[in-house]
Design a protein around this ligand. Sequence first.
Ligand code: GAF
Length: 387
Amino acid sequence: MINEIIEKFKELYQQEPTVVRSPGRVNLIGEHTDYNDGFVLPAAIDKEIYFAIAPNGQEICRVHAFNESQSDTFKLEKHIEPSAGGWVNYIKGVVAQFIKANYEIGGFDLVFGGNVPIGAGLSSSAAVECGLAFGLNHIFNLGVEKFELVKMAQKAEHEYAGVKCGIMDQFASMFGKEGHVVKLDCRSLEYTYYSSDLEGYRIVLCDTQVKHSLASSEYNTRRQECEAGVALLQKHYPQVQSLRDVTIGMLEQHQADFEPVIYKRCKYVVSENNRVEEACQHLQEGNLKAFGENMYASHAGLQHDYEVSCPELDFLVDQTRNDESVLGARMMGGGFGGCTINIVKLDELENFSGRIEAAYQQQFGRKPQIYVAQIVDGSSLVEPGKV
Ligand code: GAF
């Protein structure tokens, strides 16, 4: 596809582009912890968005979305008005961040597209935002640090897509490392890479193909519920800044003050944060079985306490519970659809896929999409010779 994108660029704009790739991500554990200043354990995967991009010497941005076969043009101006919806807002959102931060960018031509499934919880939007930020930084020679680009990409999502996301997806897309998962402390932004060699196991994604229209509004609601929990706890513990600073003991002591829903949300986040720490310990010790148990516990919390799962996700996780080839499974990402992530024995991959497909087909009348994820580097230039 990368070659087709380059050809399309040449056909539309009659010049040679710079080429950038930017990956989607998985998250092994640590869901809805990022915006609570907690820990996450993502990795960049071989589902990617490609960008062919070059300055055009004008004050306009000409953009073509390859997968949608749609083009759009907008002016480079102080305030870039968001569109009513659609892919162009991700582009506008990133450009707006460069302008707001007073970086000297000019107009550009762009063709982008790729194979990150949209709405599958693999962060296609973060891949678009990060790849474009990376590309603009390169073609206009701005020298912006990668962390700064990550924050700009996150702001684009907040302001132009309306999702008050945490930093995990953009971080993973930019800082991914081949053959590694990365534990990120979302407060200090310190990070540690761990080998993703799972000794005879692989990361398998089962896509429900469900895309819930309520996903982004419910996401923002969860965030507000966490903030409500923090406000309540601050009355007793003024030092608490986020759920990261809270223990289960603190919650239990003041349970009577909480509305039951807020209590459940906080309990989930505090427990999940502890689980990431535990799971990383297990990973370091090579105890994949215990790691898998952390994943099932994560799913239970997301299903019952955080209430961001859906029947299709629960079904796929339940199918794996008595399957000896699976160490752990859980829903992944924001929820309400998208994928489950599974740790599956390498020499059982085909049998596993066959069983899951048949069961899902029987239950819901359609097939899930199944991918074995390879772990790759974060956003980077594609050298001309390597296309
Ligand atoms: C979405 C968000 F974009 C992330 O920031 C994160 O909160 C995730 O949901 C849930 O862990 O992918």
